[in-house]
Every structure is written in C-alpha cells, then in structure tokens.
Design a protein around this ligand. Sequence first.
Ligand code: GDP
Length: 138
Amino acid sequence: MEQTLSIIKPDGVGRALIGEVIKRFEANDIKIVAMKMVHMSKQQAEGFYAVHRERPFFNSLTDFMCSGPAVVMVLEGENVIARNRDLMGATNYEEAAAGTIRKDFATSIERNIVHGSDAPETAAFEIGYFFNAFEIMS
Ligand code: GDP
C-alpha cells in the first residue's frame, strides 16, 4: 500500500469542485485516509513548494496557493502516486489527456485544480507537512 498527498487547490475549492475531485478518487478505488481544509499563509506555501524556489513562477504560484482555502488529503492505494497523477493529467492542462481532472477543469498552467505528490520521497515530505500520524486513518 502506498500513500500520496493530494491538494484541491484554491481554484478547485472556489469553483465548488471538491465533490467532483473526491468522486473521481473514490470511483477509482483510491481511499481517502486523511482530509482537512487549510488556508495556507504565504510562508507555508513557500515551504511546501521550496523545490521550486528558483523558478520564475514561484512568487505567483505561492500567492495563488494562499489566495483561499484548499483541501489537503492523504490518499492510499496500490501504486496510488502514479494512479493519482494519471487522474490529474499533465501540469499544463492543454497537454493533459481527455477525461483528466486538469483537462476538464483547469483554466491555466498555474490554476490547475489539483496537486499530487510525484514520488515516494516527495509524498513522505508532503504528507508530513500537513498531517501527523494520529490524523491518518491508515
Ligand atoms: P505538478 O507536479 O504537475 O503540479 O507540476 P510542477 O511540480 O512542475 O509545478 C507545480 C505547480 O506550479 C503546478 O501544478 C502549477 O500550479 C505551477 N506551475 C508549473 N509550471 C508553471 C508555469 O510555467 N507557470 C506558472 N505560472 N505556474 C506553473
């Protein structure tokens, strides 16, 4: 069993897509084992995306991530890191496959509705960033 961190970003929450995203996880045999709503500070968003510190879009991305509430979740299942990435679609929604969350709902490369960890090491860091062990119903 693998775990990954999912975030419904402020655009997804603002556009009332929480249920839509969760429905896709549950319909694909992905279990939600932790969930909460957070309104990140700029500093928390910068810490979360620290790997992107040098990217030209870092300031804009972290402004966006703290622009409103987000839903953070721990997902669990076999191969769930890759399976969640498949359901999300490519970072750039214009290149995302048909039927993916980003293809269906994203409005820009930045405002792409969902985040998902991309590897076991990043999943461990990102889950620990938002949840302690007692909050995860594994
Ligand atoms: P992800 O793993 O698919 O989310 O993609 P990355 O880790 O490469 O980027 C993190 C997030 O930064 C993306 O989900 C987008 O919200 C944002 N992002 C990525 N590339 C760009 C870009 O070229 N411009 C802007 N403004 N935002 C970007």
